[in-house]
Design a protein around this ligand. Structure first.
Ligand code: ADP
Ligand code: MG
Length: 491
């Protein structure tokens, strides 16, 4: 993407002037320091920290300065909000620049002289970036969101659709999220995203909010954690202001609440959420919810709220599989501009199976280590040494072998029979139980499980899993078997 000044750029190549004219490339770097200082003082520390600090200088090329940013979204944001000023400041440096080109790390900027970004040990945090101010209403009425606006969760610029890696385990949730974010008409209501910790729920919620905001800044998007929702409600009750509370919530176009499992047992807040929710849905407003379980399994939440929450599209972020973990590791390394041997990414994708947050943590730690130790090359040995604790914690996960062994003991059958093609009920049912447990308790994919069960096809595994799911409802003794086995395997 190129941003140009209005002046008539003569296309002289200034790069020689700058390097042979005694100022050298340092002149460019010194100018960049000044430009950044200007931007910081003009836009403030928050904007600087959130957006501008991650812009890196690559080089001068002709009459353009070439900069790089972490992703496409970043590029568009910088261009939209700071583009003119960037061009102006560079022109004012009198180095002959008349425009700015912004590249995206690791994709457009592959062959540049990009060095790995310096590592920031603390996770990136957006402190003051709030939802965009609401535009005045067309009919001259002031927007009614008032203070609630300031309580919206700040959006993290790194959590966008562009940085979300898609694989089998999350493709449906991703597609549903994208659909809601891009639709002009409400496609389904609500969207309910659920999944275990660290599998990308919050990432998708931010991505939706960003996309909605980009597509139509006038849309009133309210994105809250469930704690904030409860906090606001309790405050409203205390100050006898529930009417205003209701009004505020009901005036939004899109309501997003992250982690509703924390609503459990707070019945007054639940009641309020239920009414707010009904009012919004009735008025054709989009509601997007996330939780760690599907609606039916939410504890302490009233039946009617559960059924309302499940009445749109319910999409799961499934535990990761090897392929997704590998793609995520590759994507993160690329984003950081760090090269990491494929042996090492494969090793990590095999070993760190718990969730994506831990996988990211492992990468960050490895990179930091490599940088601190003067670009020591990242190797499997190094990973084993630096990530000892993480690797050990992930080792404790249940394996398919454990499951098969335990199921054989429990039903008193032979392993050879469990793995054989025999269809006699006495071995077929325990086999299906083992398949079911392998799906529930490990992160293996159906084909992987199939291979462990004497080379069965993944559809056979799926059939087995479904069968047990079906039977569990009406068969207390089967249910008990499964609970005992689960407990003994996960203890
Ligand atoms: P959850 O809210 O489900 O606990 P998060 O959305 O906070 O999980 O995800 C944990 C971390 O993993 C975040 O840093 C997020 O950016 C990253 N992450 C999760 N899913 C993906 C994905 N599909 N691609 C890239 N990064 C991901
Ligand atoms: Mg979360």
């Amino acid at each position: 993407m190129t941003l140009s000044g209005n002046g008539n750029g003569n296309n002289r190549d200034f790069s020689n002037d700058r390097s042979s004219g005694g100022e050298g490339p340092n002149a460019l770097e010194r100018a960049w320091v000044r430009v950044r200082a200007h931007l910081r003082s003009e836009y403030g520390d928050a904007a600087y920290k959130n957006w501008l600090r991650s812009v890196t200088l690559l080089r001068g090329a002709g009459d353009k300065v070439v900069l790089a940013v972490p992703n496409k979204f970043w590029r568009d944001w910088i261009a939209m909000h700071y583009g003119d000023r960037l061009v102006g400041l560079w022109k004012a440096e009198n180095l002959g620049f008349n425009g700015v080109e912004i590249l995206v790390h690791a994709t457009e900027a592959k062959d540049t002289r990009l060095r790995p970004e310096p590592l920031e040990p603390a996770p990136f945090k957006v402190e003051e970036e709030r939802l965009l101010p609401l535009p005045p209403q067309v009919n001259g009425e002031e927007p009614r969101l008032g203070d609630v606006q300031n309580l919206c969760t700040p959006l993290d610029p790194r959590l966008t659709f562009e940085t979300f890696v898609i694989g089998k385990p999350n493709e449906f949730a991703h597609a549903a999220a994208l659909r809601v974010a891009e639709a002009d008409e409400i496609p389904f209501n609500p969207l309910f995203l659920y999944g275990g910790v660290g599998l990308g729920k919050t990432h998708l919620m931010h991505a939706i909010a960003w996309r909605l905001r980009m597509r139509n800044p006038a849309r009133r998007v309210m994105f809250l954690s469930s704690e904030t929702f409860m906090h606001l409600f309790v405050k409203a009750v205390r100050y006898k202001d529930t009417h205003a509370f209701k009004e505020q919530f009901r005036s939004v176009d899109v309501l997003m609440i992250d982690d509703v499992q924390f609503f459990g047992e707070k019945s007054a807040t639940q009641e309020e959420l239920f009414h707010t929710f009904n009012a919004l849905v009735d008025h054709r407003r989009q509601v997007i919810i996330s939780a760690d379980k599907p609606p039916v399994d939410l504890q302490g939440i009233e039946e009617r709220l559960k059924s309302r929450l499940g009445s749109g599209v319910v999409a799961q972020l499934n535990p990761t599989n090897y392929e997704l973990r590998l793609s995520i590791l590759q994507a993160k390394a690329e984003q950081k501009g760090v090269s990491i041997p494929s042996k090492v990414t494969e090793f990590l994708a095999h070993k760190i199976t718990s969730n994506i947050r831990e996988l990211e943590g492992a990468m960050t730690r490895l990179f930091a280590h490599a940088t601190l130790l003067n670009s020591r090359e990242i190797s499997i040995d190094m990973a084993q040494e630096v990530l000892q604790d993480l690797l050990r914690a992930n080792d404790r996960h249940v394996t398919i072998d454990d499951i098969q062994k335990r199921v054989c003991e429990h039903y008193n059958i032979k392993m050879a029979d469990l793995l054989s093609p025999r269809r006699a009920r006495a071995v077929a049912r325990p086999r299906q139980v083992a398949m079911y447990l392998a799906k529930q308790l490990t992160t293996r994919s159906l084909p992987e499980i199939g291979r462990k069960f004497g080379g069965r096809d993944h559809t056979t595994i799926m059939h087995g899993v479904r069968k047990i799911e079906e039977l569990r409802g009406g068969d207390p003794s089967l249910n008990e078997d499964i609970e005992i086995l689960t407990r003994s395997l996960t203890r």
